[in-house]
Ligand binder design. Structure first.
Ligand code: HEC
Ligand code: HEC
Length: 344
């Protein structure tokens, strides 16, 4: 099975009525296309979202007997332990400094531990994002924006964004402790980008795609990021690799857009994100980060789902982009080295 059936279920940003209803039920601020954002069709395939369980479905109780491990780790955890968001699994404790409490234990009841989703070494997972190396003030501002409803998701079906409840569960001080920890860590490469005409068929697994092993199909303009092993992804192995499939020609097109700027030199990515796109000041690094997440963020700026105080810098950059341009940019930026001195 794949998600292409949903591709026709297009969402037009200014037609936010449905979003308003869904989000007000969810308690978050409604999504609006603001500041004269030109209309944009949000492709559903960019936001893989497994449907909620049918009413009456008995939730699967995580196994608390069988112990699992991941390559090169000496530790063993049961599925129940892997799923504990208030005392998280740590497969490689020697690969990062000791975690502060918000990262390892979180704050009950809503503040699940940051490391549960973004992992102890801050490499994150494509569906949430990399925290390693993010500027402290940027992280603090993003969580404030999530709490206040100025950072949402362009896809109402993906709302409420799991981060929103989490952000509400932490104080600014607790967020700052976590942000300082992650800011010192270094991002290492987790994904490879492959240009293809045909892509292996996929299924939606939670908030990302997994290979379903049944065949191949045309890529059809999409960007699909899949783990080499869904099992290791589910075990929260920080070293699982991801392959990002993009249409042939994306990298060249992305490089041209990134260096020349989609709307002239002031919109070249390096003008604000630094010459190697490793970030400057409070502007976040983008090189080498998960392409599917870069793509979603470009869409979020384009639809004004991100409209916190500093998001407006990105509007002139994204407003002239087509979805094909965004795919190309996400592929190119995601394929760059994520740091000057890569850690082994
Ligand atoms: C339950 C899973 C979960 C937990 C726990 C969690 N996050 Fe997130 N986080 C997400 C998801 C999903 C996103 C992507 C949201 C989006 O981009 O709209 C995200 C996005 C972010 C971003 C934006 C990254 C970017 O590049 O713009 C930051 C910053 C962040 N989280 C920080 C934190 C911090 C700090 C904590 C702990 C205090 C935390 N998160 C806990 C799931 C989680
Ligand atoms: C005029 C300055 C400027 C330019 C030019 C610019 N950016 Fe940005 N970008 C920013 C700022 C500032 C932010 C943080 C926005 C916020 O705080 O919400 C950002 C955020 C982002 C993010 C979100 C990162 C995350 O962690 O969620 C992505 C992706 C991004 N930019 C991609 C690009 C790409 C690709 C280009 C070139 C095509 C580009 N940017 C050009 C200023 C700029």
């Amino acid at each position: 099975m794949n998600d292409r059936g949903n591709a026709s279920a297009r969402l037009i940003a200014p037609l936010a009525t449905l979003a308003t209803v869904l989000l007000s039920i969810a308690g978050a601020a409604p999504l609006r296309a603001q500041g004269g954002a030109p209309p944009f069709d949000v492709p559903a395939w960019a936001f893989p979202t497994a449907p909620p369980p049918r009413p009456g479905t008995v939730p699967v109780v995580p196994d608390s007997v069988t112990r699992h491990t991941v390559p090169n780790s000496t530790r063993h955890y049961t599925r129940k332990q892997v799923g504990n968001a208030f005392d998280i699994p740590d497969w490689f404790p020697r690969q990062h400094p000791p975690m502060p409490a918000p990262v390892q234990y979180g704050v009950r009841p809503e503040g699940r531990a940051c490391g549960f989703c973004h992992l102890p070494d801050g490499q994150g997972r494509p569906e949430n994002g990399t925290l390693a190396g993010l500027p402290v003030e940027y992280t603090v501002r993003q969580l404030r924006a999530m709490r206040e409803g100025t950072r949402g998701s362009a896809n109402p079906a993906a709302s409420p964004n799991p981060m929103i409840a989490v952000a509400r569960g932490f104080s600014d001080d607790e967020v700052r402790i976590a942000a300082r920890y992650y800011a010192r860590l270094q991002l290492t490469r987790r994904n490879i980008v492959r240009e293809v005409a045909q892509v292996p068929t996929t299924r939606v697994a939670g908030l990302l795609y997994a290979l379903d092993g049944t065949g191949r199909e045309p890529i059809d303009g999409r960007l699909l990021e899949v783990p080499e092993s869904i099992e290791r992804h589910d075990l929260r192995d920080p070293w699982v690799r991801y392959t990002t499939y993009v249409p042939t020609g994306s990298l060249t097109r992305g490089r041209r857009l990134a260096t020349q700027g989609p709307a002239g030199p002031t919109t070249s990515c390096g003008a604000c994100h630094g010459p190697q796109l490793l970030g400057t000041g409070d502007v976040p690094p983008i090189a080498g980060r998960a392409p599917s997440n870069i793509l979603r963020q470009l869409i979020n700026f384009r639809t004004r789902a991100r409209r916190d105080s500093t998001a407006a810098s990105m509007y002139p950059v994204v407003d002239s982009l087509t979805i094909h341009d965004m795919v190309a940019l996400a592929a190119y930026v995601g394929s760059l080295p994520p740091s000057r001195t890569p850690r082994k």
